[in-house]
Design a protein around this ligand. Structure first.
Ligand code: F6P
Length: 341
């Protein structure tokens, strides 16, 4: 059996741990051969490969990023993209492909499955917004990084009696904001799922100052004021058609400063949340996903994705990951609201 492996979309701590799990079990237990595809779907599209065996996966468990490289190349939007990919996979003698990615990468995987190709999916995103799995690896690392940042912001905010705003990733889902804001004791958490009322935010800020503390607001990049719009960096789109977000933190700082007379500053965590070494939780989850993905290849469970249900790794149809986004349920947001203000 010759198995291709690729990582697509935004990188995520734990990708290397998945690759290592796949290759170690695949070679040791089943004697499979592996082909590493470079840079997401660009690899199979253009025939860009790298050697992938035990020597290539030695020492990569704690390393961030992906040894395979990543991109947001979208085969479905490229004229003849699927056909060229299928031809390359055939020429390279690939019997099965493991695609590690988020909604978009797994969407392409679903299309290839519909064309009869043997694909297994592994869910990945720091945003934790993929349906079909309780958690994705990378999320715990991003939350840990953001929590540490919020802890640090508390002490400097209090020294200067400032409002400090921490903008975190989360385009349509506020999981990172919710978890890091809760863990870091934020005074307000603003998420894309709930349009925020600026007057209410001002109220929380003022009550925090009255209690002689300095307010910390955690805002997801996709959060919006009532009746407002997402704040984007510019109008350019990536290959999956997404605009670049960021700017809501700065906008909020201006508003809050004008309305309260207290100085407000914003820290945008950006790609710091995605880089570097995965936490122990993410290393274990990613390793288990890798081991189970190769079992799915052995069982010829084509068109499925490995997923975490409770503490078990299960298989679900690939389409589940690409259907509806898993957003923050209102009851989870209500819990966090007990600490606002
Ligand atoms: O990995 C997903 C994500 O973190 C989104 O929350 C964010 O909008 C996006 O990646 C930014 O990625 P990039 O800068 O690579 O386009």
């Amino acid at each position: 059996m010759r198995v291709g492996v690729l990582t697509g979309g935004g990188d995520c701590p734990g990708l290397n741990a998945v690759i290592r799990g796949i290759v170690r079990r695949g070679v040791q237990e089943y004697g499979y051969e592996f082909v590493g595809f470079r840079d997401g779907w660009k690899g199979p599209l253009e025939g860009l490969t790298m050697e992938l065996g035990i020597p290539q996966v030695r020492g990569i468990l704690p390393r961030g990023g992906t040894i395979l490289g990543s991109s947001r190349t979208n085969l479905v939007k490229i004229d003849g993209g699927i056909e060229r990919t299928e031809e390359n996979l055939r020429k390279l003698g690939i019997d099965a492909l493991i695609a590690i990615g988020g909604e978009d990468t797994l969407g392409v995987a679903t299309t290839l499955t519909e064309h009869g190709f043997h694909v297994i999916g592994v869910p990945k995103t720091i945003d934790n917004d993929l349906s079909g799995t309780d958690y994705t690896f990378g999320f715990d690392t991003a939350v840990s990084i953001a929590t540490e940042a919020i802890d640090r912001l508390h002490t400097t905010a209090e020294s200067h009696h400032r409002i400090l705003i921490c903008e975190v990733m989360g385009r349509h889902a506020g999981w990172i904001a919710l978890h890091s804001g809760m863990a870091g004791g934020a005074n307000a958490i603003l998420i894309p799922e709930v349009e925020f009322d600026l007057d209410e935010v001002i109220g929380w800020v003022e009550s925090r100052f009255k209690a002689s503390y300095a307010p910390i607001i955690v805002v997801a990049e996709g959060a919006m004021p009532l009746g407002g719009q997402m704040v984007t960096k510019d109008q350019t789109l990536d290959s999956f058609g997404h605009v670049k977000l960021s700017g809501i933190g700065e906008w909020l700082a201006q508003q809050v400063e004008e309305r309260t007379g207290h100085e407000a500053r914003t820290t945008v965590l950006g790609h710091i949340q995605r880089g570097g070494s995965p936490t122990a939780f993410d290393r274990v989850l990613a390793t288990r996903f890798g081991l189970n993905a190769i079992e799915a290849v052995k069982d010829e469970a084509w068109g499925t994705m490995v997923a975490l249900h409770g503490t078990d790794i299960v298989r679900v149809p690939l389409q589940l990951a690409t259907g509806t986004l898993k957003t923050v349920p209102m009851e989870r947001y209500e819990e966090a609201k007990s600490f606002f203000g």
